[in-house]
Design a protein around this ligand. Structure first.
Ligand SMILES: [Zn+2]
Ligand SMILES: [Zn+2]
Length: 168
């Protein structure tokens, strides 16, 4: 067998990848990358998800989370036949751990990588829902104001009657 010496580690191997042995190549090769923490905004009223500066309806909290993880999951451009498995685990209603497992083929070698991200769910009101609740809030203020301030009629009653001097 024709063996080559890896210039980096000095071990004998049968082929070089980017002029190093297979072990040295995959030691520095990053198949996937995931941020440690991912923040996801979900409307607490309708369940819409805030993505790319707009609200969209994706589905359940789990669907939203998995889509958010997919969006940030970086997969190396050299990877082919990529298969991604995502497994969410609920820690609290606001924190999930999502595990990503990826199988791919890189330079004719089968590569497997795993990463985990903590998804923190921020529940707010989306534009539509906050507008609706804003209207509701305004209505409450108006009702309270009507009770607190005198009407035009009441104001008129407090003024001296027209034609009659303030002091007789
Ligand atoms: Zn080597
Ligand atoms: Zn909403």
């Amino acid at each position: 067998m024709n063996s080559i010496t890896c210039p980096r580690c000095g071990r004998e191997c049968d082929k070089l990848l980017d002029s190093v042995c297979r072990d040295c190549f995959f030691e520095t090769f990053k198949l996937i990358e995931l941020p440690l923490v991912l923040h996801v905004r979900i409307c607490s009223n309708c369940g819409a998800h805030f993505h790319r500066s707009r609200w969209e309806d994706v589905g359940s909290v789990e669907d939203v989370m998995l889509k958010a993880v997919e969006n940030v999951l970086f997969i190396h451009s050299e990877a082919g036949d990529v298969e991604v498995y995502l497994e969410p685990r609920e820690i609290t209603p606001y924190i999930y751990m999502v595990r990503a497992e990826v199988d791919a083929v890189v330079r004719e070698e089968t590569v497997h990588a795993e990463a985990e991200t903590e998804v923190r769910i921020q529940r707010t009101a989306c534009d539509m829902c906050s507008r609706e609740s804003g209207g509701y809030f305004e209505a409450i203020i108006q009702i309270r104001a009507a009770g607190r301030f005198p009407t035009e009629e009441e104001k008129g009653a407090a003024l001296p009657l027209p034609g009659k001097p303030w002091r007789a």
